[in-house]
Design a protein around this ligand. Structure first.
Ligand SMILES: Nc1ncnc2c1ncn2[C@@H]1O[C@H](COP(=O)(O)OP(=O)(O)O)[C@@H](O)[C@H]1O
Ligand SMILES: [Mg+2]
Length: 283
């Protein structure tokens, strides 16, 4: 029987490894033929199980986990298409692109929902770092993706077709998942901190469109802005903690000023909270 840690057996001649750039964190990520090789991370055991579950459920919008290669790397299917690099391409700002992402995230969330919140799915980060405010999100209901950046969504023909990069997957609520969607696809941050293509996006009206496309229920709509603000407050502490304990890409992002960017986002959310809340709950 296949297990989540099964070996990947190479077939045919070895193909050259092509570095995959564009992500912030994972060093040594390469494409080999129609596979991706990812160095094992803390998240690997839970990601393998989730991808296996989604494959058995027939969900197409994620890579398949193919096994662990001879070098101990996770081997995933390469998803053909276009994931954003930096600076983001124009299409990231299009309403139609964002709507397709919201629908894909909804489809993923619904597909993974039957797994519930198993014990093995909790990250082993331990307790919150000292000084970190507690989560106000309420009990987790499913295994959310929680990192829906344009770099982590594969598009084909103008439509989002797959989510990749499940390293931040964790038990969470629908409101938390949608708050993460809004951060990246709804431009929930100060205009000056946005990638250039997102500067003209109206965050309130885009938010209304995205929660509609996701089909978020009324109780969750009422929570999203509070959850987004709490997530920003927590994120400053969690990012700093990861930079201190994990180093690598986390430390690089912290040294490049992500902490100050999060503080500016907190202020922007506070200033815009009423308008965002009204836009999301008014329909
Ligand atoms: N399974 C995959 N299919 C297609 N492209 C991928 C896949 N995995 C990674 N990539 C590409 O490599 C980039 C970085 O991979 P990712 O898993 O997001 O790493 P990081 O943790 O560094 O963000 C992605 O933005 C995407 O362009
Ligand atoms: Mg990524």
């Amino acid at each position: 029987m296949e297990t989540d840690a099964r070996p990947y057996v190479e077939c045919g001649q070895p193909e050259p490894a092509v570095p995959l750039l564009g992500g912030d964190v994972t060093e040594g990520l390469v494409r080999v033929g129609d596979t991706v090789r990812r160095p094992v991370s803390d998240a690997s055991p839970r990601v393998r199980r989730v991808l296996d579950f989604l494959q058995s459920a027939g969900f197409q919008g994620v890579p398949r986990f193919l096994g662990i290669d001879e070098d101990g790397r996770d081997t995933l299917s390469f998803v053909p298409g276009d994931a954003a690099g930096r600076p983001w391409p124009r299409r990231v700002a299009d309403e139609s692109s964002a709507i397709s992402v919201a629908r894909l995230v909804r489809a993923y969330d619904d597909a993974v929902q039957p797994l519930g919140v198993p014990d093995w799915a909790y990250p082993h980060d331990g307790a919150d770092p000292l000084g970190c405010p507690g989560s106000i999100a309420g009990p987790a209901t499913f295994l959310a993706h929680m990192d829906i950046t344009p770099e982590n969504v594969v598009f084909r023909d103008g439509t989002a077709v797959a989510l990749i990069d499940f390293d931040l997957l964790r038990p969470a609520t629908r409101a938390e998942e949608v708050a993460n969607l809004l951060l990246w696809w709804g431009a929930w941050m100060p205009v000056t901190d946005r990638d250039p293509v997102m500067r003209g996006v109206d965050a309130a009206s885009r938010a209304a469109v995205l929660v509609d496309a996701y089909g978020l229920g009324p109780a969750d709509r009422a929570k999203v802005v509070h959850v987004a603000r709490n997530a920003a407050d927590r994120s400053w502490h969690l990012m700093r903690h990861r930079a201190l304990t994990k180093g690598g890409g986390w430390k690089r992002m912290w040294d490049e000023g992500v902490g100050d960017k999060i503080l500016r986002r907190q202020a922007w959310l506070a200033e815009n909270a009423a308008a965002l809340h009204a836009a999301i709950t008014s329909r």
